[in-house]
Design a protein around this ligand. Structure first.
Ligand code: GLC
Ligand code: GLC
Length: 812
C-alpha cells in the first residue's frame, strides 16, 4: 500500500494521506540551522547542535505519536482546522505534503479555503522561514483567523526535559510588535536568543503556554484558538511559547501570503544589551528585513533549488528503471548529505540529546557525499582527526558545537582509527588535494600538541599493529563496527552501558573484522605512502599487512566462511562450532572487500554461505542463527529479540559490503539483487509493512526470525545511506574516482542493456554511456574517450571545464 508518490521532476515525495504508517520526515537546513519536519508539521529546530542549542521543544515517543511542532490553525466561524491535518485532525477536503530538497510544503483545504505552508531554511540563514499562502477558492467572501504556534526549548534539550525545579521558573520573553523574543538565561551566561515573527500587524499574541492552550488541553484544542482570541499573555517562567493571531478577510478568488520567521541570533557579549537587561535586537531585525515579502521567499527558494541542482549534478544516472534513477539521482544523495550533517544525532529515532558525531560513523558518511561538497568534507576530516589521541586511538564521539571528544563515551573502539584512512583516502581521490595530509592537526584537541594529518593516519595504522591479541589478530577493545559485540563487557547489572562498561579489563577478545579492515585500508595507506615517495614506510606497512593476511588465513577461516571474532576465552564467534551465531555478515564483507579469498575460491564459498544462511526476502540479516538467550560473554547483541537490530536484523549498513564483494567476484546479478531488496523506492508498494519513509534508507529492517519481517526502524541517520550510494555508484554502475582518473568497471545484471552516467570530476564533465550488447555482467570490451580508444579501464583526468564523451562497451 502506498501513501503518496514520487514527483521526480520536482525532486519531491508527495504524501497524499496524512495517516502514514509512521511520521514521515524531512530535514531543513544544511549548514548551521536545522529543522526536522514531519508530514503533519511536527518536529523541532536547533542551531548546530541538537542537544546544546535546541530552539524549539519536542516530546519524544509521545501519545499520540509526533505531537508538537510548527503548527498553524484556522478558525472560521467556529470551524477549526490545521493545514497539516494535525494537530486538530479535522478531516480535510484535500491534503498534500511535499517533502523536497531542503523544504517541505504542506497544503490543506476545507470548504474551498486553501492553506499552503512552505517550510524552508534558506541558505546562509540562521532561521526557518514559513510562507503561508491562503486562497479563497469559493465564490463568497471569507473571514477567519489564522494562529501560529511554536514552543520554545530552554536551550539544553536534556536539561529542558529533566530539570523542572529550575526550568519552570526561568522562562523569559520580550515582545515587540509582531515579534516574540525568547531570551531565557540571556541575562547570565548566554549570548544568544531566538525570535518568532510575522510580516504583518497581528490581532493578538501569546507567549505563555498555559494561557494559550489552557492547562488541560492538547494542541488539538487550544483555548485561544477555539475561542478565536489570543490571550496576549506574557510568559514569566513555566513554558514560554510563541503564537500570533491574524484576522483575515478574503474576497472570492483572493489570495494572501504571510511570511513567518523563526530565527536564532548570537550577539557579541559586549553588545548583548541595549538598555537595562533588554536584548539587542538589531541582528534579529536585520534577519527579519531579509524576509519582508513573499517575493523574498521566492528568491531564497530558487537559490535553494539551484544549490541542490548543482550538488546533485555531480553524479546523474539515466537508466530505464525510474526507481533506480530516483534513488541514485535524488534521494540517496540527499540522505547522504543529511547523515553528513547529523551523524546519528537528531532524527525520530535518535533524540538529539544523546550522541554527537561518531568517529567511525562520520568517516563512513563522508564517502557518500565527498563528491558533492569536498570543501566541507575536508573540514570534517580535520575535525574528526583532531579528536584522535597520540597513540592512534580515538574518541568514539564528539559534540558538533564544541568539536571536542565526548568523555562520557570515551575511546577504545578499535575499528575507529582505521576509518580515518578511508575518509581521507576517498577525499584525496575525489579532489586530488594532497595538501590535506600536511595539515597540522591536534591530538585530543590540544592545540599545543599537533602533527600532520599524514602522521595521524600512520598512528591509525599503527594502533592496530600495537594492539594485537593472542592469535595476532587485532584486539577488539570495547567493540568494533558492531557496537553490540561487547566481548570485554560481561555485564550482569541492569542499566550498565554495554559500550562503556568493561568488566574484563585487559580483555583479549579479537576481531577478524578489524583484521579485514586493516588489510583493506592498510592498502590504501600504502598507496598514499607510495604516492608521497615514502617507500620505506610503504614497505614497512606492507609487511604488517602481509602478516595480517596470513593470520586471517590461519585463524580467520572457518571452512565455509570467515570467522567473526574470538571471545575473551579464545573461543570462536561466527563459527560452525557454535550453536547460535554461526555466521556473521561483517567479516564476510570486509575480508572479501580486502581481497582475501578472491584468488582461491574462499570468497565465493563465503558468499554462497551468505546467500544460503543470511539472505531473506527483505535483505541480508546480520547473523544466523539468531541468539535466543543472553550470552554474557557476547553482550548487547544477544539482548535483542531474534531478528531485530544487531541480532539477526537486516542491518542495512553492511548489506552493501556484500554487494561490493559480489561485484569483486564479477557477479552483477547477485549484487543487484541485494541492492534492489533494500532500496527504498523499490519498497514503496509495501509502505504499510515497511513503515518508514519510502524515499530513504532505514538502519534496520526486521529480519527473517523477527515477529514481523520487513518492518523497518531508525530511518534517515545511518551509514546505510553512504554505503549504498558507494556500492551502486562505484561498484555496480562502476564509476569510481581514483588518484589518477576515473576508474570504469561496471558489474551489472546480465539483463541490462546499458545506461548513461554524467559525472563531474576534478572540474571536467564526463558523459559515460555504458552499453551491454552481449548481456554480460562485467568486463570491458571497449573504452573510448572522445573518439579515442583507451587501454585498460582508467579515464585520465581531462582539462577543467571540458565536456567529454565516454563510450563503454561491455563484453568478452
Ligand atoms: C549504529 C552505530 C554504528 C555502528 C552500528 C552497528 O549504527 O551508529 O557506529 O557501527 O550501529 O552496531
Ligand atoms: C545500541 C545500538 C547500536 C548503536 C549503539 C551505540 O547498541 O543497537 O546500533 O550503535 O547502541 O549507541
Amino acid at each position: 500500500m502506498k501513501f503518496g508518490h514520487f514527483d521526480d521532476q520536482k525532486k519531491e515525495y508527495v504524501i497524499t494521506n496524512p495517516r502514514t504508517p509512521y511520521p514521515w520526515i524531512n530535514y531543513l537546513g544544511c549548514e548551521d540551522f536545522f529543522s526536522i519536519v514531519t508530514n503533519t508539521a511536527g518536529g523541532y529546530s536547533f542551531y548546530k547542535d541538537a542537544r546544546l542549542r535546541r530552539i524549539t521543544r519536542y516530546r519524544y515517543n509521545n501519545v499520540p505519536v509526533d505531537d508538537g511542532g510548527k503548527y498553524f490553525y484556522i478558525n472560521e466561524k467556529g470551524k477549526v482546522w490545521s493545514p497539516g491535518w494535525k494537530p486538530v485532525k479535522t478531516e480535510l477536503d484535500r491534503y498534500e505534503c511535499r517533502h523536497g530538497m531542503g523544504y517541505t510544503r504542506i497544503t490543506g483545504e476545507v470548504d474551498q479555503l486553501e492553506a499552503e505552508v512552505l517550510y524552508m531554511v534558506p541558505l546562509g540563514y540562521h532561521g526557518e522561514v514559513q510562507r503561508v499562502k491562503l486562497s479563497n477558492r469559493s465564490d463568497r467572501k471569507r473571514s477567519f483567523s489564522l494562529f501560529s504556534y511554536v514552543e520554545w526549548c530552554l536551550w539544553d534539550a536534556l536539561d529542558d526535559n529533566t530539570n523542572f525545579q529550575r526550568n519552570f521558573s526561568t522562562g523569559q520573553v520580550e515582545i515587540v510588535d509582531s515579534t516574540i523574543y525568547h531570551k531565557t538565561e540571556y541575562r547570565e551566561r548566554r549570548d544568544h536568543y531566538a525570535f518568532y515573527t510575522v510580516n504583518e500587524q497581528v490581532a493578538g499574541l501569546d507567549s505563555d503556554r498555559e494561557a494559550f492552550l489552557g492547562l488541560y488541553n492538547g494542541y488539538d484544542a487550544p483555548d485561544a484558538v477555539m475561542e478565536c482570541e489570543s490571550r496576549n499573555s506574557h510568559a514569566h517562567g513555566w513554558s514560554p511559547v510563541a503564537s500570533h493571531q491574524l484576522n483575515i478577510e478574503l474576497e472570492p478568488g483572493e489570495e494572501k501570503q504571510l511570511v513567518f520567521v523563526l530565527g536564532y541570533v548570537e550577539v557579541p557579549v559586549a553588545d548583548k544589551f541595549v538598555e537595562d537587561q533588554m536584548i539587542n535586537k538589531e541582528p534579529a531585525e536585520k534577519m527579519m528585513a531579509k524576509f519582508r515579502t513573499a517575493a523574498d521567499v521566492d528568491r531564497a527558494f530558487n537559490e535553494l533549488g539551484n544549490f541542490w541542482e548543482d550538488l546533485l549534478s555531480v553524479y546523474q544516472l539515466e537508466h530505464p528503471e525510474k526507481e533506480l534513477n530516483r534513488a541514485v539521482n535524488i534521494w540517496n544523495q540527499y540522505q547522504c548529505m543529511v547523515t553528513f550533517n547529523f551523524s546519528r544525532s537528531a532524527s525520530f529515532f535518535e533524540s538529539g540529546i544523546g550522541r554527537g558525531m561518531g568517529f567511525r560513523d562520520s568517516n563512513q558518511d563522508l564517502i557518500g557525499f565527498v563528491h558533492q561538497v569536498p570543501g566541507r568534507a575536508r573540514e570534517r576530516i580535520i575535525d574528526i582527526a583532531s579528536t584522535q589521541f597520540e597513540d592512534g586511538s580515538a574518541y568514539h564521539q564528539y559534540q558538533p558545537l564544541t568539536k571536542k571528544g565526548n568523555d562520557a563515551v570515551g575511546s577504545n573502539f578499535n575499528d575507529d582509527p582505521l576509518w580515518l584512512i578511508l575518509g581521507t583516502d576517498e577525499y584525496i581521490k575525489e579532489t586530488g588535494d594532497w595538501t590535506i595530509l600536511d595539515e597540522m592537526v591536534p591530538f585530543d584537541n590540544d592545540e599545543s600538541n599537533k602533527a600532520t594529518l599524514f602522521e595521524h593516519l600512520k598512528r591509525s595504522f599503527n594502533h592496530v599493529v600495537n594492539n594485537l591479541g593472542p592469535h595476532k589478530l587485532p584486539l577488539i577493545g570495547r567493540a568494533d563496527w558492531n557496537d553490540c559485540l561487547n566481548l570485554n563487557c560481561f555485564s550482569e547489572t541492569p542499566g550498565e552501558s554495554f559500550q562503556t562498561t568493561e568488566n574484563k579489563e585487559g580483555g583479549v577478545a579479537e576481531s577478524v573484522f578489524i583484521a579485514g579492515m586493516f588489510v583493506l585500508y592498510g592498502a590504501s595507506y600504502v598507496k598514499l605512502c607510495q604516492k608521497l615517495g615514502k617507500e620505506e614506510e610503504a614497505e614497512r606497512a606492507m609487511g604488517h599487512i602481509e602478516d595480517m593476511r596470513k593470520v586471517v588465513d590461519e585463524h580467520g577461516w572457518d571452512g565455509k566462511w570467515f570467522i567473526r571474532a574470538y571471545d575473551h576465552f579464545g573461543e570462536k564467534i561466527g563459527s560452525d562450532e557454535r550453536e547460535e551465531g554461526k555466521i556473521f555478515i561483517e567479516s564476510q564483507g570486509m575480508c572479501i572487500m580486502a581481497g582475501i579469498g578472491l584468488d582461491d575460491g574462499r570468497a565465493r564459498t563465503a558468499l554462497d554461505s551468505v546467500k544460503e544462511r543470511l539472505d531473506c526476502e527483505y535483505g541480508i540479516v546480520l547473523n544466523n542463527p539468531a541468539f535466543t538467550r543472553y550470552h554474557v560473554q557476547y553482550g548487547e547483541i544477544s539482548t535483542y529479540p531474534e531478528g531485530y537490530k544487531e541480532n539477526a536484523g537486516i542491518f542495512c549498513h553492511n548489506n552493501p559490503w556484500i554487494m561490493i564483494a559480489e561485484t569483486l567476484e564479477g557477479n552483477g546479478n547477485a549484487a543487484w539483487d541485494y541492492f534492489r531488496k533494500i532500496c527504498p523506492p523499490y519498497l514503496e508498494e509495501i509502505s504499510d509493512l515497511h513503515k518508514t519513509e519510502p524515499y530513504v534508507y532505514s538502519q534496520m529492517i526486521a529480519g527473517k526470525d523477527a515477529f514481523k519481517p520487513g518492518e523497518a526502524k531508525n530511518s534517515w541517520l545511518t551509514g546505510t545511506a553512504a554505503w549504498n550510494f558507494y556500492a551502486i555508484s562505484q561498484y555496480i554502475l562502476g564509476i569510481r574516482a581514483d588518484h589518477d582518473g576515473l576508474l570504469i568497471n561496471p558489474v551489472i545484471p546480465e539483463a541490462w542493456d546499458g545506461y548513461t552516467v554524467t559525472r563531474k570530476f576534478r572540474g571536467a564533465t564526463y558523459r559515460i554511456e555504458v552499453s551491454n550488447p552481449g548481456h554480460v555482467s562485467s568486463g570491458l570490451k571497449e573504452l573510448i574517450l572522445n573518439g579515442e580508444k583507451l587501454e585498460g579501464n582508467l579515464i585520465p583526468i581531462c582539462d577543467a571545464g571540458s565536456v567529454n564523451q565516454v563510450q563503454v562497451v561491455l563484453g568478452k
